[in-house]
Design a protein around this ligand. Structure first.
Ligand SMILES: Cc1cc2nc3c(=O)[nH]c(=O)nc-3n(C[C@H](O)[C@H](O)[C@H](O)COP(=O)(O)OP(=O)(O)OC[C@H]3O[C@@H](n4cnc5c(N)ncnc54)[C@H](O)[C@@H]3O)c2cc1C
Ligand code: FES
Length: 361
């Protein structure tokens, strides 16, 4: 059996690179085993559970290439790639397992009309191989350590599939025997649709742990109605730190009622197009198409022109949409930075033209 170091040394050598030609060594080793790749992170699906009517939970065993390059902190996301009808599609998913686990656990909510979530919900099976490319996100627990410093009273709030990153944090703190108090509030449509309900029910009442559920389509939960002062008082008044992930309305309600709030969102923000678009020409050089800039991000303008550029998060985090700008200037809607140089890579989901732009697309 090759160790990762030996595999890298032999398969990563210049000679092997030369012999395997333009396709690279991974195109050959994957014929032996699909997860046996040197350059590409991949994972095998080793378990599939459908514990609610609108979600699927996958346990992934990442290959050595992924684990050697990445460690995933509780609350971060991974970029997962699947091939559907011959095209690769990448989406971000936040593992729900505790930090340091050898396997990744993804719980994926089923979205009506959603491409990748539907595919995995319907087709995921044991033995399936998916791509894993990159880890990111700063929605993570504050530094903890033997000194015991850091927040002691922590409130987690989630809605729907937004439970995953906070579940990872909860599991991590419990594994670390967090000495303070934890409250966990989860909103779902109904008890049947509440992910991790049984595990959370078993945790409720452990010393220092309080779990409350609210159901938006029934009054059967511990909490009735939407998050507000009452729910906060029932869960944990004046927490030291709050971590929330869920629909925008839930995140905003938590921000309104709490201090020291850390937020994560799975949905792209709505970018207001500028009142006065630059009016420049946007040239998608590889396709021989050019359009007048209408002020929207380049990804949307390309899609309106009939192109189908690869994309994932559509909010500037996964880098799947990155394309080479060969001329012109663009402004990044998140950072505000204007990139003016030729031959720069830009994330087209969050870049708007500033005058004429040529893009390799
Ligand atoms: C940091 C981060 C972490 C994430 N973690 C998780 C996680 O742990 N679990 C999870 O479930 N999700 C997570 N997501 C969301 C996930 O990345 C995907 O966005 C989600 O699975 C939907 O992808 P999709 O390919 O199914 O939808 P897409 O095909 O990309 O469509 C996007 C949205 O448009 C809607 N849509 C698409 N086509 C149509 C249509 N024809 N008519 C109407 N509506 C349509 C879909 O319902 C969907 O909501 C995360 C996102 C981010 C940014
Ligand atoms: S689609 Fe994720 S960065 Fe653009």
């Amino acid at each position: 059996m090759f160790t990762q170091t030996l595999k890298k040394r032999v398969l990563g050598s210049n000679l092997v690179d030369l012999l395997t030609g333009p396709h690279g060594v991974d195109r050959y080793t994957e014929l032996v085993a699909p997860t046996w790749t040197l350059g590409e992170g991949r994972a095998k699906v080793v378990d599939v559970r459908r514990t609610t009517p609108r979600s699927v939970t996958l346990t992934l065993a990442p290959n050595d290439t992924f684990t050697a390059a990445h460690s995933v902190k509780a609350g971060q996301y991974v970029n997962l790639t699947v091939e559907i009808d011959g095209r690769r599609h990448t989406r971000c998913y936040s593992p729900a397992n505790s930090e340091g686990s050898t396997h990744l656990e993804l719980t994926i909510g089923h979205h009506e009309g959603g491409l990748v979530s539907n595919y995995l919900y319907e087709r995921a099976r044991r033995g399936m191989v998916v791509g894993l490319d990159g880890v990111g996100g700063d929605f993570v627990l504050p530094a903890r350590g033997p000194s015991g410093r850091g927040p002691r009273r922590i409130l987690f709030v989630s809605g729907g599939s937004g439970i995953t990153p906070v579940m990872a944090m909860l599991r991590t703190l419990l594994a670390e025997r967090h000495a303070g108090e934890i409250a966990f509030v989860h909103y779902a449509r109904s008890a049947a649709e509440a992910c991790y309900r049984e595990e959370l029910a078993a945790l409720h009442g452990r010393p220092g742990v309080r779990v409350l559920h609210g159901y938006t389509r029934s009054d059967a939960g511990d909490l009735v109605g939407r998050f507000g002062a009452e729910h906060l008082a029932a869960a944990m008044p004046a927490p030291d730190a709050v971590f929330v992930c869920g629909p925008t309305a839930l995140v905003e309600a938590v921000q309104k009622h709490c201090d020291n709030v850390h937020t994560e969102s799975f949905v792209p923000p709505v970018f207001e197009p500028p009142a006065n678009p630059s009016g420049g020409r946007v040239t998608f050089a590889d396709s021989g198409i050019d359009v007048a800039d209408d002020g929207r991000p380049l990804l949307e303008q390309a899609e309106s022109a009939g192109l189908k550029p690869e994309n994932g998060c559509r909010m500037g985090i996964c880098h799947t949409c990155t394309r080479r700008k060969t001329a012109g200037a663009v402004r990044n809607l998140i950072t505000g930075a204007v990139s003016t140089g030729p031959d720069e890579d830009v994330q087209i989901c969050v870049s708007v033209p500033v005058g004429d732009v040529d893009l390799s697309l």
